[in-house]
Design a protein around this ligand. Structure first.
Ligand SMILES: C[S@@+](CC[C@H](N)C(=O)[O-])C[C@H]1O[C@@H](n2cnc3c(N)ncnc32)[C@H](O)[C@@H]1O
Length: 223
């Protein structure tokens, strides 16, 4: 079993990958991964051609992805995650729901984003990204000039990018980076979650531990 859907990572990828699955667990995982796979073997998107495509980067165990897929049957939800246990958990939920409008990329979200045609994404979610608090690790943060360029390329004109975080310094980092990017215009920046928000596992942890999340929305400026 390759470690991820893209066998040869082209970039450094930090954070946990999870442990190698074995036996029947691995067989079930492989079967589900093949059924929900987001990239064909030749690396082209295999999103199923069903309605607009929404992208979630770093879905964790997939609670938000699965809830959005259920609530929006006319939309295809494409999620990316490199932590195998999270991918397995998300695939198990999608399987149990009989979801037909979700695709999962087990690997680096940046590889999938590279494969998406310009303007191919109608909404994107980056929810509780890893904060990488040490200054020497800031370059690992998913909110970066390079990744914002990539979001700018794949988002359709007017499409929203939603970012949530409970780390004040990361929230300011996002405001600063998105705020100076010419392709993004701020839409909202609030302590109130979006009205269609099902929550995520990390958010529940943040609230339990007394941290206050912020919910930031940016619109892709028309080309
Ligand atoms: C702090 S967790 C948040 C998970 C989930 N969004 C939530 O709110 O519960 C961040 C997740 O992003 C994933 N991640 C980080 N960088 C990634 C990348 N380049 N591609 C795919 N997943 C990534 C990590 O593996 C981790 O599961």
């Amino acid at each position: 079993m390759p470690d991820t859907d893209t066998a040869l990572p082209r970039r450094n990828l930090y954070g946990r990958r999870g442990s190698r699955l074995r036996g029947t667990k691995r067989d079930t995982f492989e079967d589900r991964r093949a059924r929900f796979v987001a990239l064909a073997e030749d690396g082209t998107p295999a999103f199923g051609g069903r309605g607009p495509v929404w992208l979630e980067v770093g879905f964790g165990a997939g609670e938000h992805l699965v809830a959005q897929a259920r609530a929006n049957p006319g939309v295809t939800l494409v999620g990316c995650e490199h932590y195998v246990d999270g991918v397995a958990s998300c695939l198990s939920k999608l399987d149990a729901e009989g979801a037909e409008n979700a695709r999962v990329h087990h690997g680096d979200a940046r590889d999938l984003m590279d494969a998406v045609p310009e303007g191919g994404i109608a909404r994107a979610f980056l929810l509780y990204p890893d904060p990488w608090p040490k200054a020497k690790h800031h370059k690992r943060r998913f909110v970066s000039d390079e990744n914002l360029d990539s979001f700018a390329r794949i988002l359709a004109d007017g499409a929203h990018l939603r970012v949530a975080s409970d780390i004040p310094e990361y929230i300011d980092w996002t405001r600063e980076h998105a705020g100076r990017h010419p392709a993004f215009a701020p839409v909202s920046d609030t302590g109130e979650a979006w009205s269609d928000w099902p929550g995520t596992r990390y958010e529940a942890k943040a609230l339990r531990e007394g941290r206050t999340p912020a919910y930031l929305t940016y619109a892709r400026v028309a080309r």
